[in-house]
Design a protein around this ligand. Structure first.
Ligand code: SME
Length: 160
């Protein structure tokens, strides 16, 4: 499989996110990643709209698990640690939550709003070891494009 050209994808996503509405931009970002990056079966946002709870946001793929508390799942681990979780084989991870039986590898990137965790972006693949360190850096870059382009509401203090 050829490695996606993440620099080009970043420029394309920047051009696509041409206004500040976070909901539009989150929906477009998931659709863009699903279209442009091979071997994915699910891409979506979970949002911290209540303290330490991840609520399903815009996504592409099958209907998914909702909600996910911070103490559960690979998504919860990313939210707690604020570190990207790159999992080669989800079946080897005790706390993994299986939403779609097709998923074998997972990449979860924290989405920050200033100092606080706003949500996570979750990518699933049927291909074990699908995500390389280059994919991790590339997807983290696309998340930065999303956060720079968007007016992110402060769910925990207002706009819930
Ligand atoms: N597998 C995730 C749950 C979300 S789905 O993959 C869409 C987890 O363990 O947190």
């Amino acid at each position: 499989m050829t490695q996606p050209d993440y620099e080009r994808l970043s420029r394309q996503l920047e051009a696509l996110l041409d206004q500040r509405d976070w909901l539009v931009n989150a929906a477009q970002t998931c659709a863009f990643i699903m279209q442009q990056i091979p071997q994915l079966n699910w891409v979506g946002f979970y949002l911290q709209r209540q303290p330490e709870l991840l609520t399903l946001g815009p996504f592409q793929g099958k209907p998914a698990c909702n909600p996910i508390p911070f103490h559960k799942g690979v998504c919860g681990a990313a939210a707690r640690s604020r570190q990207t979780q790159r999992i080669g084989d989800v079946h080897a991870i005790a706390e993994h939550i299986a939403c779609d039986a097709e998923s074998n590898a997972e990449l979860v990137v924290p989405v920050m709003r200033g100092e606080s965790l706003w949500g996570v972006l979750d990518l699933d693949s049927p291909q074990r070891e699908r995500f390389t360190t280059q994919d991790q850096a590339g997807i983290e870059g696309l998340v930065s494009v999303f956060t720079a382009a968007s007016e992110l509401p402060d769910f925990l203090n207002q706009d819930r």
